[in-house]
Design a protein around this ligand. Structure first.
Ligand code: FE
Length: 213
C-alpha cells in the first residue's frame, strides 16, 4: 500500500485545554471533529504522552480552541513542543481567556472555541479517543480555520540544509534538526521507537536534508 494516501485526508488544528485543581494545561491536536448534532457530540484523540491526556481522564472536561490562519509558529511551539509536566504553559500567557467552565481557551490566532464534557473514551494504545458533548462555545473571529496542509505550507519553518560533516535530518512536523556529526549516532541506528525531542513524532516524520559529503 502507498502510505501517502493518508496525507490526503484533511485535518484542522486545535489547542485542547484543560484544568485540574489549579493546574491549567493545553496541547495541540489535529483530531477534533463533530460526530453528531443531536446531541451535539465531538470526538478528539489525544496522545497518552501528553500530560493533558492524563488530566482529562481525571476531570472529564476540556475546551477546544480552533486555530485560524493568522496563528504564528509560536502558538505551536508553546503548546505543542513543550510538556505541561515541565512548564506552566499558562504562566503569564497573555492570549488566553477563561470560559464559563473555568477552563482557559486561546483568544489569539483562533476563530472559535468549544467547551465539552466527556461522555465516553476508547483506549487506542498510543492514544485515547474521547467522545464529548458540546456544552458551550463562542465564535471569536471570521478568519479561516487553519488546516494541517496550510500549516505545512505556510507556518512551520522551512528546513534549511545546514553545513555539516555528516547527514542532517529534519523533522517535517516541527523543524527540529538531527545532525549525525553532532549526535554521534547515525539516524538509521536510532531505535524504532525514538521520537523527536520537540514534537514527539516518530522517525518516519524525518527527512534527509543534505547529501553526505
Ligand atoms: Fe518534531
Amino acid at each position: 500500500m502507498d502510505n501517502k494516501v493518508m496525507f490526503n485526508l484533511s485535518y484542522g488544528l486545535y489547542v485542547l485545554t484543560t484544568k485540574e485543581k489549579d493546574k491549567e494545561n493545553g496541547c495541540i491536536i489535529n483530531t477534533a471533529m463533530q460526530q453528531t448534532s443531536e446531541p451535539n457530540c465531538i470526538s478528539v484523540t489525544v496522545n497518552k504522552q501528553n500530560y493533558t491526556e492524563q488530566m482529562i481522564h481525571k476531570t472529564g472536561v476540556f475546551n477546544i480552541s480552533i486555530i485560524d490562519e493568522t496563528a504564528s509558529f509560536d502558538l505551536f511551539r508553546h503548546f505543542g513542543f513543550q510538556s505541561g509536566k515541565d512548564v506552566d504553559k499558562f504562566a503569564e500567557y497573555p492570549d488566553s481567556r477563561t470560559a464559563a467552565n473555568k477552563i482557559p481557551y486561546i483568544s489569539k490566532g483562533t476563530n472559535a472555541y468549544l467547551s465539552v464534557k466527556v461522555v465516553d473514551e476508547i483506549d487506542l494504545g498510543t492514544h485515547t479517543l474521547f467522545l464529548a458533548e458540546v456544552t458551550d462555545g463562542e465564535v471569536l473571529s471570521k478568519e479561516a480555520s487553519m488546516t494541517y496542509a496550510y500549516y505545512h505550507a505556510n507556518v512551520k519553518p522551512k528546513p534549511q540544509a545546514p553545513k555539516s560533516e555528516g547527514k542532517v535530518w529534519v523533522c517535517k512536523i516541527c523543524g527540529y534538526t538531527y545532525d549525525e556529526a553532532k549526535e554521534g549516532i547515525a539516524f538509521e541506528d536510532l531505535p524504532a521507537d525514538w521520537v523527536c525531542p520537540l514534537c514527539k513524532h516518530g522517525k518516519a516524520d524525518f527527512e534527509l536534508v543534505n547529501k553526505q559529503n
